[in-house]
Design a protein around this ligand. Structure first.
Ligand SMILES: Nc1nc2c(c(=O)[nH]1)N[C@H]1C(S)=C(S)[C@@H](COP(=O)(O)O)O[C@H]1N2
Ligand SMILES: [Mo]
Length: 527
């Protein structure tokens, strides 16, 4: 890869001070960083080209997530929010490069030890990746070996050039050696970045995206009513959240790109007749449509981790009836191709009519980020206990088995709390005095929303106007005309669900089972 390095340079019988760069400190760590980057870049490229080969960086990140203590995971999530994944991957990369720098320094004095260091790092990465059921062990080992071989070869070549730097020579000769080292290091680093980025982009996602775009959803046997239109207030959340602005929450460092040809959905565990469906089988089953609001247990009061879509798919109940749920089964546990699990009571699966194995979202095949080719959607439950994306197995089991988030400190059951949100005016905004719209959404999936009330400062609770309901599983838009008077004002909202219960004003954190309390926005009304 590096061209003209004389293979013999590293073996020259050089005096020790010359071998170590003649007192120069920067070439060895730089060579190590570039060597590490080259090894990783080569590995990522193969990981991207071959579906069965892993991304080592992602695998290490996944393993870190699986093993960090709870408090650290919580701290990271609260510090970085939904950017926690990028921060983690960047951290893994930084550690790998720093390790490379250290090994570069070591290799300059003890080449064999430097190479051994790369081998150990490669073995650890392979170990991290071997746990992933989507990758094959031979490909995982091949990628790790490739990373080590490329890393060691680049290190050896660059250190050879670094050694030339110290060979006594004219100033011009020195300058030439320096330049040659820098060109080699820079060129290799650029190739490494290209390979890494290329691998990332190629990681199967594009191919799966093309496959997905070619899919036509079957016409639902039971179409939902014509989509509701909703209120027309500027700044108010649309009744249906467009797919590309629908919130996304998952643990996947690299979104699984699932080829429908390799995919199946198994119904297993405590059932009389376990079975397996191909994508075509699932698409051929009677399809229904349902408008359902999905929300995340991590949604803060007033937050945006909530959205509504028209989902299409097969009723979960249909699949469970076909399998024959055995007495004693307590939990329906969805399992993703990436190992994520989420479970909820069997009774919910049987009672909630619109619990679906969804293949469509707002008229499109499920987007990759939202679980292509199939996911669960269960009205009334937070996503972390129900809405398994990239679904591949539905297991009937007892509570002895815990879904992904339960041992991490979240409640075993996660019914969605009645909540509301003020979209207009925006918190902290300034509005002119006079008639102003106050508007937002409120949701209590499966129970429905029958009333929304708004309070300005310490005034009376006033009923807002509700948009026509599009079903109890969905949020409801609301709005109210407000005569805004100059000064600072506080607007508070609360919803009443279909059973007559008013949303609680008791403020709680998101953990362990969802935030509660009234949303409040403060605005300035200009005089
Ligand atoms: N495979 C998988 N499915 C998952 C998750 C996950 O981490 N992995 N997260 C769940 C959580 S916590 C939520 S809130 C919803 C979010 O679905 P969305 O990203 O389509 O909005 O997906 C659920 N399904
Ligand atoms: Mo969530």
């Amino acid at each position: 890869m590096l061209g003209v390095v004389p293979a013999s340079t590293a073996d020259l019988q050089l005096p020790d001070d010359v071998r170590s760069g003649g007192g120069r400190r920067w070439p060895a760590p730089l060579a190590g960083v570039v060597a590490s980057a080259a090894g990783l870049g080569a590995a990522e490229l193969v990981g991207g080209l071959v579906d069965r080969a892993p991304s080592l960086v992602t695998a290490v990140g996944d393993t870190v997530v699986d093993h960090v203590p709870l408090w650290l995971e919580r701290a990271a999530i609260s510090l970085f929010g939904t950017h926690d994944k990028q921060v983690l991957l960047a951290g893994v990369l930084l550690v790998a490069l720093a390790l490379g720098a250290g090994l570069g320094v070591l290799a300059q004095r003890r080449p064999a030890l430097g190479a051994a260091g790369f081998a150990v790092a490669g073995a650890l990465a392979a170990w991290a990746a071997l746990g992933d059921p989507r990758r094959s062990a031979p490909w995982t080992l091949a990628v790790a070996v490739l990373a080590v071989v490329v890393g060691v070869a680049v290190l050896r070549a660059l250190l050879g050039r670094a050694a030339l730097l110290a060979v006594p020579a004219s100033t011009a000769g020195q300058e030439l050696a320096r330049r040659s080292f820098l060109v080699a290091a820079g060129g290799t680093a650029a190739l490494a970045v290209l390979a890494g980025v290329g691998g990332w982009l190629l990681s199967g996602r594009d191919r799966v995206e093309q496959l997905r775009e070619a899919i036509r959803l079957p016409r639902p046997a039971q179409p939902a009513a014509a989509p509701g239109t909703g209120l027309d207030v500027p700044g108010l959340s649309p009744l249906y959240t467009p797919n590309d602005s629908f919130y996304r929450i998952d643990t996947a460092l690299r979104v699984p790109g699932v080829d429908t040809a390799d995919w199946s959905l198994r119904v297993t565990g405590m059932v009389d007749r376990p079975f397996s469906l191909s994508y075509a089988d699932l698409m051929a089953m009677p399809q229904v449509e349902a408008d359902v609001t999905l929300s995340c247990v991590s949604n803060e009061v007033g937050g945006d981790l909530v959205g509504t879509a028209r989902w299409q798919g097969v009723r979960l109940r249909t699949l469970l009836d076909r399998a024959g749920v055995q007495a004693g089964a307590e939990q329906v546990l969805g399992r993703s191709v990436d190992g994520f699990t989420a479970g909820f009571p069997v009774q919910v699966a049987l009672d909630v009519e619109n619990a679906l194995v969804a293949v469509g979202m707002n008229g499109q095949p499920l987007p990759i980020d939202h679980g292509f080719p199939a996911r669960l959607v269960v009205p009334g439950l937070y996503g972390y206990v129900s809405a398994t994306k990239w679904l591949t197995e539905i297991e009937l089991t007892t509570w002895g088995v815990q879904g992904y988030w339960v041992p991490r400190g979240w409640s075993r059951e996660g019914p969605v709390k009645t909540q509301s949100r003020i979209d207009v005016p925006r918190a902290g905004s300034s509005v002119p005095a006079g008639r102003q719209a106050v508007a937002g959404v409120a949701w209590a999936p499966t129970r429905g929303v029958q009333r929304v009330q708004v309070q300005v400062d310490d005034g009376p609770w006033t009923d807002a106007r509700l948009a026509p309901s599009i079903g109890d599983d969905c949020w409801r838009q609301w709005s109210l005309a407000w005569d805004a008077t100059p000064g600072e004002h506080r607007i508070t909202v609360r919803a009443t669900d279909g059973t007559g219960e008013v949303q609680t004003d008791r403020r709680t954190q998101v953990a362990p089972d969802g935030a509660s309390g009234y949303p409040v926005v403060e605005v300035t009304v200009d005089g």
